[in-house]
Write a protein that binds this ligand. Structure first.
Ligand SMILES: *[C@@H]1O[C@H](CO)[C@@H](O)[C@H](O)[C@H]1NC(C)=O
Ligand SMILES: *[C@@H]1O[C@H](CO)[C@@H](O)[C@H](O)[C@H]1NC(C)=O
Length: 413
């Protein structure tokens, strides 16, 4: 197992936090279309995209009848749990989510079943995702030393707080390892879906194993092609969502502090209208990029939107630009940050409050990163100040059918 904690702690957590809630199966009927709509990110700058994809908001009556407790998936996704409020500074806080674990603790107190033996599936069957998307490997012997994701999560914070350079503010973001794990799991599911297979039983935290070198594998799962349909694909991602949330919570992460782009990724996983083509957006979601690879992806998507579509399809370009977030305040944000401000003040071609200039500023800073001593810092600063920018660029390109034409799948470390 590789965990450094005593069995008491591990058993305790297993018993009350995981055993009771993750052992539960969840059908697609437990997830409502309205759940997606009720989780909003800040001022919803990308309203046009959201309108097109998301069903109408929940009614009060619907929210009221959502049953509580019992450890079902519904808890995790009921409108009440996802009722979100926008906080100042573009941060998001999800009211109700933080109480989930404690509710579960109460409901699951008597369930101390052992994860590896209780599901009756041999634990030595390993399904792995490798670097390249589409590749997958079923390894019966598992030569690699793997660590169970529960002990991994307990030992490694997945949600970390970082200072925003040039300001006195702080920002919560996922660790690069956390986003990597998220992506690897999505890749495994997607590679199975691409050959018409899906999980025979809901994915659980106990199925997820982490390699010393950052690989991620599944143990004790099986896939089947019997009755394959888009509903089964959606179920797989809904279970993945649940597992990711549990892992973050087990790593002492406060779910209400998740950055908006990762929340958007999670919402994508539970979308009731998810189509097979959306799997490309799931596995290549910019919320899952290692911090140091965001620049390359920004420059690539910027080029696609401004230059390429600017030549071939100005209507698409316009729609994307008008959907970009931070239209009203990005220049103020830039001027208030002492690191970014030096790129804004006194430049020949003065910045105007247009979406195009928001992109231009981001491109200029990023394409001159090498002039800085600490490249990663400015990249992180740009992310923390405008965490939804790259996300909306990608989403809009996907919506316009232009994302797959980029090289984004090869940009994830
Ligand atoms: C991790 O190490 C194992 C051997 O222990 C190797 O087979 C595997 O390819 C490595 N994975 C990565 C992602 O480096
Ligand atoms: C990710 O970024 C690092 C640092 O810039 C770079 O060395 C690496 O090649 C990038 N990976 C990909 C897949 O682009």
């Amino acid at each position: 197992m590789g965990n450094t904690l005593g069995f008491g702690v591990l058993g305790f957590v297993l018993g009350f936090a995981v055993g009771g809630c993750l052992m539960q199966c969840c059908g697609s009927s437990d997830v409502r279309p309205s759940d997606v709509e009720s989780l909003t990110c800040g001022p919803r700058p990308h309203a046009s995209w959201t309108r097109q994809y998301d069903p109408p908001p929940p009614t009060a009556a619907k929210a009221a009848v959502a049953p509580r407790g019992g450890g079902s998936f519904r808890e995790l996704t009921s409108p009440a749990d996802f009722a979100a409020v926008a906080a100042p500074g573009g941060r998001i806080s999800v009211v109700g989510f933080s109480s989930l674990l404690s509710e579960r603790q109460g409901a699951a107190g008597s369930n101390t079943g052992h994860q590896e033996t209780s599901n009756g599936v041999p634990a030595n069957r390993v399904v792995a995702s490798q670097y390249q998307y589409k590749t997958e490997d079923i390894d019966e012997s598992s030569a690699e030393s793997l660590r169970d994701s529960l002990s991994y999560a307990i030992a490694n914070k997945m949600l970390i707080q970082v200072p925003i350079l040039g300001t006195t503010k702080k920002f919560w973001r996922l660790s690069d390892k956390a986003t990597r794990i998220s992506r690897k799991l999505a890749l495994i599911l997607r590679s199975q879906h691409s050959v018409g297979k899906y999980l025979t039983a809901p994915l659980q935290v106990s199925h997820v194993w982490i390699g010393d070198n950052g690989s991620v594998k599944l143990r004790g799962v099986s896939f089947t092609g019997k009755g394959f349909s888009i509903e089964r694909v959606r179920d797989d991602y809904k279970h993945l969502l649940k597992v990711l949330i549990m892992l973050i919570k087990l790593s002492a992460g406060d779910i209400t502090k998740l950055p908006p782009d990762y929340v958007e990724f999670l919402m994508l996983l539970k979308r009731d209208t998810l189509a097979m083509k959306d799997e490309f957006l799931i596995v290549n979601n910019v919320a899952l990029l290692p911090m140091k690879n965001r620049t390359e992806v920004f420059l690539m998507l910027h080029n696609k939107i401004v230059k390429s579509l600017g030549r071939t399809n100005t209507a698409k370009k316009k729609r994307i630009l008008s959907s970009l977030p931070y239209q009203n305040d990005w220049l103020d944000t830039a001027k208030a940050n002492t690191k970014i401000e030096q790129w804004v003040e006194g430049v020949q071609n003065e910045y105007k409050r247009t979406p195009l200039d928001l992109l231009r500023l981001n491109r200029n800073v990023r394409s001159h990163l090498h002039q800085y001593n600490n490249d990663d810092d400015i990249e992180e600063t740009l992310y923390c100040e405008w965490p939804e920018l790259l996300m909306v660029m990608e989403k809009m390109l996907h919506l316009e059918g232009e994302l797959e034409g980029t090289d984004i799948q090869n940009k994830f470390g």
